[in-house]
Design a protein around this ligand. Structure first.
Ligand code: ADP
Ligand code: ADP
Length: 232
């Protein structure tokens, strides 16, 4: 479903240049929950952001659902990005818009008709366990509820891939559990492929089927979670 091959990305030039991705290749199969784990600065964010071309690699190939992303023009990229939802560590909700509006806003870009946007927002809020909370504003919600809205927004346009950028890193352990449970249940129910990045091996052990360990821009281990040395 996601195939990254020989990705290289360097920030800056000369002696101060940082090689964020150094010949990174990985394969994520359809329906998997794939974790990329590593310390701060290892290149995880850069890697995740190359999947939907928020970050353009210097070289290498990025294939999502059979589409080579690096050669698309702007219109093609806009279309392809609709099949890739993204959730963030700090939720990135619009604070002056209600929960319902935050989700509908994501669908405006996809040119979904108004009535359909409303129906979809209601349906997706139910899926993430927030039925009836559409009229609330982000400031009225707990961290876990905000992340549920973030997940609902990411899923609104019915993507085939979900990218998660440290989705539970700002949450307490109990809330983390419930959000990981939610990611696992939508993975199963919606046949969604999930690529997540985390600095916590516990997250990988808890929900990932496969994982890669990233160090200084290089993958040092990759495979089924049960077989990884770093998870023993
Ligand atoms: P992680 O998500 O694992 O913390 P990042 O992908 O954010 O790692 O960063 C990898 C390396 O690239 C780090 O050394 C970071 O400082 C550097 N880096 C990331 N983004 C930029 C940028 N826009 N400009 C310069 N350096 C960057
Ligand atoms: P995280 O590690 O959680 O991704 P960071 O604080 O490393 O967060 O990065 C936040 C933003 O700053 C990202 O967009 C990243 O690309 C950018 N960034 C990270 N490191 C650098 C850097 N050394 N120079 C410029 N931008 C950077």
């Amino acid at each position: 479903m996601i195939s990254l091959r020989n990705l290289r990305k360097t920030y800056g030039r000369g002696p101060g240049a940082v090689r964020a991705l150094d010949d990174v290749s990985l394969e994520v199969a359809r329906g998997e929950i794939f974790g990329v784990v590593g310390r701060s600065g290892a290149g995880k964010s850069t890697l995740l952001r190359t999947v939907n071309l928020l970050e353009r690699p210097d070289s290498g190939s990025v294939e999502v659902d059979g589409v080579e992303m690096t050669t698309l023009d702007q219109a093609g990229l806009r279309r392809a990005r609709r099949s890739v939802g993204m959730v963030f560590q700090h939720f990135n909700l619009l604070s002056n818009r209600s929960v319902q509006q935050n989700i509908e806003f994501a669908l405006e870009a996809a040119r979904t008709p108004r009535a359909r946007r409303r129906a979809r927002a209601t349906e997706i809020l139910e899926l993430v366990g927030l039925e009836g909370r559409g009229g609330s504003y982000p400031a009225q919600l707990s961290g876990g509820q905000k992340q549920r809205v973030g997940i609902a927004r990411a899923l609104a346009a019915e993507p085939t891939v979900l990218l998660s950028d440290e989705a539970t890193s700002a949450l307490d352990p109990e809330t983390t559990e419930s959000i990981l449970d939610l990611i696992q249940s939508i993975n199963r129910e919606l046949d969604l492929t999930v690529l997540l990045i985390t600095h916590e091996m516990e997250v990988v052990k808890r929900i990932c089927t496969s994982a890669a360990l990233l160090e200084d821009g290089r993958i040092v281990e990759q495979g089924a979670v049960t077989g990884l040395i770093s998870t023993q």
